[in-house]
Design a protein. Structure first.
Length: 232
């Protein structure tokens, strides 16, 4: 005996539909029982531990939000005053690091800053030699500050004056006690030539947000343009 000997094709279809409906309810109940409910229970017993990113002086990850800078003409630099670290350079570099870098790289340069927790790739750990994109030598770090690193959140800091960039180079190197490697004499000679050959002209620069505010204010204060009705 077969099932279709007792039931018509229409009744078989209705029976199959009912069976599928029951199986669907069972699957949904199982999904909630094994996935959703445990997740809700876990969420109910957890606290919000999200990290609020701290905005650095340069705007944190926003290259348009650098500090306002007034135009300044800087004479050439004596390479002897910047190529070798000294207490004055290291102090200046540490101050610049705290203002521009610590939010991502952490206070001690270990890549554990609050603003860097969600970044991919993660901020560089200056205390470890492995993983540096451009290298750990003086000329390598200067190149990174000059150009930034494509494909990462490391932007260019070429708006800093050259002496400040060198101070930052020495401060970053001081965070790692390992051997940074011998510098390339040709690369160092090029840096020395760059510092000694010409001074710098630092142009007026303001962050984009401030420029937008000024433009909006000037537009609002502008005299109204004549309309056809006022020209009659």
């Amino acid at each position: 005996m077969k099932l279709n000997d007792y039931l018509s094709p229409e009744e078989l279809k209705r029976l199959a539909s009912a069976l599928l409906l029951v199986l669907g309810f069972i699957a949904i109940a199982a999904f909630f029982g094994f996935t959703v409910v445990p997740g809700l229970r876990y969420q109910a017993h957890t606290t919000d531990t999200s990290v609020q990113a701290v905005q650095g002086e340069t705007g944190w990850l926003d290259p348009t939000e650098y500090p306002a800078v007034a135009r300044e003409v800087i004479p050439p630099i004596d390479p002897k005053t910047v190529m070798t670290p000294n207490p004055e350079l290291l102090a200046r570099g540490k101050a610049l690091y705290d203002q521009n870098c610590a939010t991502c790289h952490g206070a001690e340069g270990k890549g554990d800053g609050a603003a860097g927790k969600g970044l991919n790739p993660k901020p560089r750990n200056f205390a470890e030699k492995a993983g540096w994109k451009n290298g750990t030598r003086v000329e390598d770090i200067y190149k990174t500050l000059e150009e930034g690193i494509k494909g990462s959140s490391m932007v260019s800091y070429n708006y800093l004056r050259k002496k400040d960039r060198m101070a930052l180079v020495h401060a970053v190197q001081a965070m790692g006690s390992y051997d940074h490697g011998a510098s390339d004499p040709k690369a160092l000679a090029n840096l020395e030539k760059l510092f000694a050959s010409a001074g710098e002209v630092i142009p007026n620069r303001i962050p984009v947000s401030r420029a937008v505010t000024i433009l909006c204010r000037e537009y609002a204060e502008a005299r109204p343009q004549p309309t056809p009705s006022t020209l009659r």
